[in-house]
Design a protein. Structure first.
Length: 330
């Protein structure tokens, strides 16, 4: 809401993943301001013609990270310190220097402005949860390691059973303390497992910020062992019974009008997973989608009719056969 003569008007803004204001528009949808930035926050003026800073600030001064740009200096007020986007450095030293010996006290976002932001001038990505910088780094490391170990464990389980889903652990902090919940991993499960391994590895004392913290904490190794071992125990409980040999469907799935749909999984059949259609024409092998495998005879009209009637049963059966093949590495 901004003054407009003797009245007030509503302007709206669109932000990117770091909280930078990219577009300001009016209630009518007219674009009032467009902002692009170099990684460390210096503006790229793509307007035609190029506007003066005064003209651009006349619309909206709250741009980079949604914070106010000072008209006289061009510095950005990030609450605890002023920041100069032209050089990518703060004008005052970092009030939180512990465990950041590898970085200048004037650096911004641990020199990684694409992924990290520092909207309050204290530390990159510090959540406003009442905890200190040290506590945030420590608990972030612990939660990432726990989730990574859990993801790797469920990933291994998913290789043996379709009933096991690859999951992660989401940790949130609020008035009720630390809350944990599991959620299914979206996207490529192999990539998720690889990232989980890296998250567990990052908990080992090293040169990174979390590792530096762990190297200085008394009993760090025991903490890491506790995190990983407790997570493995949770995985074991979750997967109890899941790593047994999958149950195969009945040998005969359907029989109708002299046509049988069967499988010979334990009698010499090999992948890809399939079932056989016998009778009503030449015997053929079909997959989960009910279509003949490569180099197999096409279904006759009668065979196709039976397959259509039992399509759901065929799909579930072939899925179970596939799980059995995976378990037995066939």
């Amino acid at each position: 809401m901004v003054p407009s003569g003797d009245t007030l008007r509503f302007d709206y803004s669109l932000k990117d993943h770091l909280g930078n204001v990219r577009v300001v528009f009016s209630e009518k949808g007219d674009i009032l301001q467009k902002n692009d930035y170099y990684p460390f926050g210096l503006e790229i003026d793509r307007n035609a013609p190029v506007q003066t800073p005064a003209a651009r600030n006349g619309v909206n001064r709250y741009k980079f990270l949604g914070k106010e740009t000072q008209v006289a200096t061009g510095y950005i007020d990030l609450s605890r310190r002023f920041y100069d986007p032209a050089i990518g450095r703060f004008m005052q030293g970092d009030p939180v220097t512990e465990l950041q010996e590898n970085h200048s006290v004037y650096q911004y976002g641990w020199n990684n402005p694409i992924l990290r932001s520092d909207p309050n001038g204290d530390c990159p990505d510090c959540p406003d949860n009442g905890m200190s910088f040290v506590e945030n780094v420590y608990y972030d490391m612990r939660d990432r390691a726990s989730s990574g170990a859990y993801t790797v464990g469920t990933y291994i389980g998913s290789l043996f059973s379709d009933n096991v889903k690859v999951e992660k652990i989401n940790a949130t902090y609020g008035e009720n303390g630390r809350q944990l919940e599991t959620a299914q991993v979206e996207g490529n499960k192999h990539v998720a497992a690889a990232l989980g391994v890296l998250d567990v590895a990052s908990a080992v004392p090293s040169s990174n910020i979390a590792g530096s913290l762990m190297a200085k904490v008394v009993g760090a190794k025991s903490v890491i062992n506790e995190v990983v071992s407790s997570t493995v125990k949770d995985i074991s409980r979750k997967l109890k019974g899941a790593l047994t040999e999958p149950t195969l469907p009945p040998k005969t799935l359907a029989s109708k009008d002299g046509i049988d749909i069967v499988h010979y999984t334990k009698s010499g059949d090999h992948g890809p997973p399939h079932v056989h259609v016998k009778g009503g024409g030449a015997e053929t092998r079909i997959g989960q989608n009910g279509k003949p495998l490569k180099n197999n005879p096409s279904l006759t009209t009668d065979q196709q009719s039976v397959v259509n009637d039992y399509k759901k049963d065929i799909k579930n059966a072939v899925k179970k056969i596939g799980a059995w093949f995976n378990y037995n590495q066939q």
